[in-house]
Ligand binder design. Sequence first.
Ligand SMILES: [Zn+2]
Length: 187
Amino acid sequence: MSIIHTWLRKRVTKIIAGLLLLIGILALWGAFSFSSVCSRCGAIQHTTMWQIPLTETTLFRTSSVSETPVSMALLRIGITAKHDHQWQFSQGSGNGVSCALGNGQRLWFIVRSEKVASLLEASHKFGETSLRDRLVRLMFDLKTTELVRQLGLSQPANGFANASEFRRWQADKMEFYDDLIMMYQQK
Ligand SMILES: [Zn+2]
């Protein structure tokens, strides 16, 4: 009887020790979460990488994609119907990292701008496709992205009533912005 008791006690002690170790590992489990911006359509991806604590070894990852005002506008216009997302790391933290920043951070505000989305849609609607395509290129270029955001903000509050109103605004603004764009591209 006592032999069985001793054997059982040892067995239970081992199981408890094993469980405690497992709980310890789980408590230290490192989750690194980050977001990225697609530099072709402006969608945003949120990813969590479950890593061995304080290492970069990833055991598994989960991610989800969400649309932004710009990505939805580009989809409606038909510019980004089919493409492979090109994710640019924006920001992340966790598993020993307090705040990591990447190039995608500079695209973060523009892709979420309703004003930029409406400017793209207006240029499409009024047949200004070369301006539209140029804005898309400049918007995803880190050197000029901020200028497109400013251009979006400079639209009339109520938008454009017709094509001639849009063209008047375009002629007026682009004269000023063309010089700035050239300057920023040479930086
Ligand atoms: Zn994309």
